[in-house]
Design a protein around this ligand. Structure first.
Ligand code: PLP
Length: 386
């Protein structure tokens, strides 16, 4: 790919077709896809309901400006507000854009300047969301960063309780840090973050870009912790691969995003909304989500049992199908070996293998993945000197 800026280290296989959990490369090799486009293909590859909805919309109207009413936008927004209990939605095209909207809204609404985020967080690659991200390797070469953000240690209630500042517009966090290593927040830490927001009269922004859209067995991961956020951001899984992002907020915030304050040419256009609506109509269903909970529990228990005696494995962690296996060593080679054995996975940091299967994965596919994972990890262990 010599005409493309090399911002990604690309693998040496090209995926050219896919259905459900299975994908095929250009040479005809099949793989179980436990990356799902990084938590995007939550309904698997080419889900028929979404495909039909997009095809139908393609025959009617692709794009109109937000200068016009778009009823599918309202319908998709109703799905997000009823699943979250929040009141209004701004549609955009990516996770970073959803977070940009949240950052702007928090500052505009509160009139304050600072936003607290956490070390090892990931919020995107635009200038503001890169500045919000608490990882030096993401900032490297781009300074000076925006002065808006200060980073606190994650899962550290002591550091949080020391914050006394009156100029904090919001605290923004992932309830399970994804890129940072699949690190779930502890319930007491997350509750302490919420309490700190109330104490400072600051907004609680939850970044559900990776954890939302049913990935953890609830519409949004914060619902496992009974949190009451002011703003929630989503993207990735809500469009099944069609680029859709959304910021959802409480009613009190509505006047602060008045005409002219924010916008997007493509955000919420009819094609994107057809994909989002069909995706969310399937995912935001109690039965669908309970199935995700049951399957992911099975997967987690089996992995825990079968990897129990592997000394190179530290722990199996996560919630629902936002899962990670952390190791006492770097996982790069194991991921390559897994791929050679027909299972696609990705790292989170250097010592965690992230597992993000489609939520529609079957028990049979889970059993195949467990077999590949356990045998590959054991083989790797016995080949090395650990
Ligand atoms: N926030 C979180 C938690 C993410 O995991 C990501 C992407 O991985 C983003 C924001 C950025 O999303 P996008 O790449 O769609 O801009």
């Amino acid at each position: 790919m010599r005409h493309i800026f090399p911002t990604y280290n690309r693998l040496d296989i090209e995926l050219v077709s896919g259905k459900g959990t299975e994908v095929q490369d250009r040479n005809g090799e099949s793989y179980l896809d436990f990356i799902s486009g990084i938590a995007v293909c939550n309904l698997g590859h080419s889900p028929s309901g979404v495909k039909e909805a997009v095809k139908k919309q393609m025959d009617e109207l692709w794009h109109v400006s937000n200068l016009f009413p778009i009823s599918k936008q309202e319908e998709a927004a109703a799905l997000l507000t009823s699943a979250s209990g929040l009141d209004a939605v701004f549609f955009c095209n990516s996770g970073a854009e959803a977070n940009e909207a949240a950052i702007k809204l928090a500052k505009k609404h509160t009139g304050k300047t600072k936003i607290l985020t956490f070390k090892q967080s990931f919020h995107g690659r635009t200038f503001a969301t890169m500045s919000a991200t608490g990882q030096e390797k993401i900032h490297s070469g781009f300074g000076p960063l925006l002065p808006t953000f200060e980073y606190l240690p994650y899962n550290d209630e002591g550091a949080l309780s020391d914050v006394k500042d009156g100029d904090v517009a919001a605290i923004m966090l992932e309830v399970i840090q994804g890129e940072g290593g699949v690190n779930p927040g502890t319930p007491s830490f997350l509750k302490a973050v919420e309490a700190k927001c109330r104490e400072l009269d600051a907004l609680l922004i939850i970044d559900e870009v990776q954890t939302g859209a049913g990935r953890t067995g609830r519409p949004f991961a914060y619902q496992h912790y009974s949190l009451n956020p002011d703003i929630v951001t989503v993207a990735k899984g809500i469009g099944s691969g069609f680029p859709v992002g959304a910021m959802i907020g409480k009613e009190a915030l509505i006047p602060s995003f008045s005409p002219g304050t924010h916008g997007s040419t493509f955000g919420g256009n009819p094609l994107a909304m057809a994909a989002a609506k069909a995706t969310m109509e399937t995912i935001f269903h109690e039965e669908f989500l309970q199935d995700v909970q049951r399957k992911s529990e099975y997967f987690m228990n089996e992995l825990n049992d079968q990897l129990n005696e592997c000394s190179i494995v530290k722990e199996v962690k996560g919630i629902g199908f936002m899962m990670g296996i952390s190791f006492h060593l770097e996982v790069k080679d194991i991921i390559t070996e897994l791929r050679g054995n027909g299972l696609l996975t990705l790292p989170a940091g250097t010592q965690v293998i992230r597992l993000l299967p489609p939520l529609t994965v079957t028990y049979k596919e889970l059993d195949r993945a467990i077999h590949i994972l356990v045998s590959t990890i054991k083989q790797h262990q016995s080949a090395g000197v650990y």
